[in-house]
Design a protein around this ligand. Structure first.
Ligand SMILES: *Cc1c(COP(=O)(O)O)cnc(C)c1O
Length: 421
């Protein structure tokens, strides 16, 4: 039994090893107390974009903290929040004109759902259902679990989650089936909104689908008056190759959620962007129509300054080129595993690459998961498979040589733990 009082997330303390103590982070690395340097191949759960402690972002945090700390955001405002909101509106897909701040991906999604349901209520069409994709993940609060996949993670809470309508994931070969299923549901006009992870379903196992299907789903939503919510918490800030995944499909969602990479991964912040129609549905002389939502740390000024510095990095540094190089390297490494009998579903989308290791029993709790984690850690890599799904989602500063070494370790892991030879 550990002596630390800390209860870690997604951690079974009874069976997992003691956590590694990290003293310092820099670039693509975590530096442990025993002197080891660990390559962060999953961007610390998908938040770190440019690299750990990216200098301009850390400088902005230092500078902002000389003037401001948390301050009430109702009845008051501040320059970092105002400037960042303008930037987000300018950078995000078209028609998103309003920015609501919160502090995590889950809260960004809760806000999106409440905005959509509030809008539906204001329009008085009796739309009360939410449509979601199977295998989706939108957070760990009760509301966000309700719109996410059901499974071992939320079995205990299942009776308390609200009901939703589900369509499949439109992976290659299932596109038309999913479009037809969504169209059938949407035509009944009972759905207030469709929430989805555009192009890549992260926690569900790095499942990928094409921009063309995303565009079709958005078209059906528009034609049937179903609000379209893009949860870009993971896919935003370059992960799929473009700034937002929706950009690749020319999709203009009604609501967009962003968090993880919003501050480059340095400090918590989230934003829910909404169209003018959504804002107007809540805009009234009637104070009962106020959007009743806040979290204490809404629009934290230091976090907003970090977000603003991140935007500046995107505007002034060759981030797009770095990402393009990483995307090319990822698909190149993946192509070597194409047709390899040890793997299935070899795939990549932008900076994200994934493959399923063939094992006797797969799934999230696959025996092989913790073994793989330990295997990679021993070799100096932070890799955290989703069951038997191995994926690589590094910060954009990772070098070609580091990737080469990492893929070498993946090859070795497959020799050791794969069931097919
Ligand atoms: C991580 C994630 C969330 C939840 O974000 P938190 O900051 O962990 O609450 C929501 N949606 C998607 C798609 C995510 O990947």
């Amino acid at each position: 039994m550990t002596h630390s009082p800390v209860w870690h997330p997604f951690t079974q303390h009874a069976v997992e090893p003691e956590p590694t103590l990290i003293l310092r982070t820099e670039g693509a690395y975590l530096e442990a107390s025993d002197g080891r340097r660990i390559l962060d191949a999953i961007s610390s759960w998908w938040v770190t974009t440019h690299g750990h402690r990216y200098p301009p972002i850390m400088a902005a945090i230092r500078e902002a903290s000389e003037r401001l700390d948390q301050l009430i955001f109702a009845g008051f405002t501040h320059q970092p929040a105002e400037a960042l909101a303008r930037e987000l509106v300018a950078l995000a897909p078209p028609n998103l004109t309003r920015v609501f701040y919160s502090d995590s991906g889950s809260t960004a999604v809760e806000v999106a759902l409440k905005m959509a349901l509030g809008t539906a209520r204001a329009r008085g069409e009796g739309r009360t259902r939410i449509v979601v994709m199977e295998h989706s993940y939108h957070g760990d609060t009760i509301g966000t679990m309700s719109v996410g996949a059901r499974g071992v993670f939320n079995a205990a809470y299942e009776p308390f989650l609200f009901e939703v309508d589900r369509v499949g994931v439109p992976v290659a070969g299932r596109e038309q089936e999913v479009l037809d299923a969504f169209e059938a549901i949407a035509r009944q006009r009972r759905a207030a909104a469709f929430i989805l992870e555009p192009l890549v379903l992260g926690s569900g196992g790095m499942l990928m689908y094409s921009p063309a299907v995303l565009r079709e789903l958005a078209r059906i939503a528009r034609e049937t008056g179903t609000l379209f919510i893009a949860d870009e918490v993971m896919t935003g800030w370059g992960r799929t190759g473009s700034l937002f995944a929706c950009d690749q499909a020319d999709v203009a969602p009604d609501i967009l959620c962003t968090s993880k990479g919003l501050t480059g991964g340095a400090i918590p912040l989230a934003a829910t962007l909404a169209s003018e129609e959504i804002f107007e549905a809540h805009y009234s002389q009637d104070r009962a129509r106020t959007f009743f939502h806040s979290s204490s740390y809404t629009a934290n000024p230091i976090a907003c300054a970090a977000g603003l510095a991140n935007v500046k990095v995107w505007r002034e540094e060759p981030v797009a080129q770095r990402i393009a190089a990483l995307c090319a390297a990822q698909s190149e490494h993946m192509s070597r595993f194409e047709g390899d009998p040890r793997f299935e579903n070899v795939r990549s989308c932008g900076t994200i690459a994934a493959l399923d290791l063939k094992v006797p029993v797969g799934g999230y709790l696959a025996e092989v998961g913790p073994k793989l984690r330990a295997f990679f850690l021993e070799r100096g890599f932070l890799v955290r498979p989703l069951g038997n799904v191995l994926y690589v989602m590094p910060p954009y500063c990772v070098t070609a040589a580091e990737l080469e070494a990492l893929y070498g370790a993946i090859n070795e892991a497959a020799e050791r733990f794969g069931s097919a030879r």
